[in-house]
Design a protein around this ligand. Sequence first.
Ligand code: NA7
Length: 538
Amino acid sequence: HNVPEDLETDVLIVGAGFGGVYLCHKLRDELGFKCKIFEAGKELGGIWHWNCYPGARVDTQVPVYEYSLEKVWKDWYWEEKYPGHAELRRYFDHVEKQLDIKKDTYFDTRVVAASFDKESAKWIIKTEDGRTAKAKYLINAIGFAAKRHFPDWKGLDTFEGIMHHSSFWPESDVDVKGKRVAVIGTGSTGIQIAQETAKTAGSVTVFQRTPNLCLPMRQRKLSREEQEEAKKDYPELYRKRMTTFAGFSYDFVEKNTFDDSPEEREKFYQELWDEGGFKYWLATYKDMLFDKEANQQAYDFWAKQTRKRIQDPRKRDILAPLKAPHAWGTKRPSLEQNYYEMMDKPENDVVDVNETPIAEFTKTGIVTSDGKLREFDVIALATGFDSLTGGMKNMGLKDIHGVDLSEKWKMGTWSFLGMTCNGYPNMFFLYGAQGPTAFSNGPSCVECQGDWIVDAIAKLRKDDINYLEATKEAEEEWRRKVTEISDKTLFPGTSSWYMGANVPGKPREQLNYAGGLPLYEKECREQLSNNFAGFIKA
Ligand code: NA7
């Protein structure tokens, strides 16, 4: 259904992914607010609506990666421990059946401008097709990857084969059977595409700038019976999830790397490795992301395990070099199933673009700086996103002085709690900049921030506060905190999208709160108990 001429609502939520759906349910069904969602896509699911490239799959195991809402998990059964995009879409169909969100969602509706009218204390929101809506509260739940990124290589438009960015892969699978496929980029997306297309393609060539330090996924089927049995423990699992650093079912151990002897360490690493998933990243020694020497141990074990899976010595040195390309775990490791074996096959190849950068695209393929032309039928651009800030800077959000957020965030990012901004009264956002976003399990982060937003709005109603705006001081202090916590870790030394370093010209800064979910939640909750001390109220 179309947005009516005179849409007026209590809460306007932008985005119908994990965050938007959760907020709509809580605010509407538990607190009785009128809520509407504007969603640019055609279905619920957010990233799982957009992401349908070959091999798209979540890298966090279920039931950790799902809503903690009993109404939703009670009758839902997964097929795989790490579900693919098709199963995640089915999950959102089930969510819809339980929560009835679509009746308040306008699809194909992209927000292009929003400003706050001081007189009526309402947000005026404009959509791409010229509609206007008014709302007391505006919540941006657009995810951290709403704006895709691809470098403007020479001749990009001249390629005559099939070429797509991962986030705009066509619905009907592109048939790669027997085809020559190129994958540019080795983030979690690039690894998944390469691994999946290599099953049927004639050849797969990966253009790599930084090796992904992948971990074994250890995918498996889940039976209905085991899930049935496990459900009695879900409430405890979801309670525990919020007490861990990254919103998982496990956490770093209370031990430093060199507390253990080399033999004990080897044994511990091996256990984490054998269990698979992110355990080797997030259930390891607590100093791994802080101490260079400790980190080196983690890298060395990773390289030893990985190098033995690659027989071709040239590929081995590109995919899993002896010398660490960056501190282990300071970029997002992808979970793989047989990526290294696939890449090792003679028909597949990896091009190190540090040695031979991409010079240009031609009608038939890609030319590297050494003059070599490689011809392809299909090119997958897995070059990532203007993550965390790009989406919100692209929405035409004007502050109370008429300044666009893209101006405010030009030289760096300022927010309070990674959920509110000075100059933007009654506006909230989640799963974005300066929150625990990239360092946490999505659903955990969304529920942590979502619950805070819900409680904040409930408190505003109860205390009869019409206007809530973060102070400049609170923003400065939050930015200082985010930076200070990060500076104790090894993250700042690595060029990654966590640091805004993947997009040329973007300010380099820590874009995530690296203190862990429990500490983050405590910081946010304080603002509810100290009567919004960091805000201007009216
Ligand atoms: P990522 O993780 O940002 O990966 C993008 C990849 O593209 C990465 O390997 C980049 O290399 C590469 N890239 C970007 N620009 C270039 C140029 N100019 N030349 C060569 N290679 C380039 O995006 P994903 O979509 O994989 O994943 C995003 C997140 O979504 C992921 O972390 C999950 O949390 C879900 P680089 O590493 O910067 O050297």
